[in-house]
Design a protein around this ligand. Structure first.
Ligand code: SF4
Length: 70
């Protein structure tokens, strides 16, 4: 079960700052369903991570910087 779950998620899932924002109710779980557990290769955070490019914690998967998010 665990292997299946791991394969169906972005490899950065547990380390991603979006987890805390979700837990604190600051962002919708739609992001997680659409990207982190779905098409994570479309995530701007993922793409930048793969290229070793720095990106802020408050950047959403579509690349939007959410200024109030911290
Ligand atoms: S936000 Fe992007 S980088 Fe973070 S876990 Fe989701 S898909 Fe991966």
């Amino acid at each position: 079960m665990r292997d299946w779950m791991t394969r169906c998620r972005c490899k950065w899932y547990s380390l991603c700052p979006l987890r805390r924002f979700e837990e604190e109710g600051k962002i919708s779980s739609i992001w997680k369903r659409k990207y982190c557990e779905g098409r994570w290769t479309d995530c701007e955070r993922y793409k930048m991570e793969e290229k070793g490019e720095p990106h802020p914690d408050n950047m959403l998967p579509d690349g939007t910087i959410e200024r109030g998010l911290k």
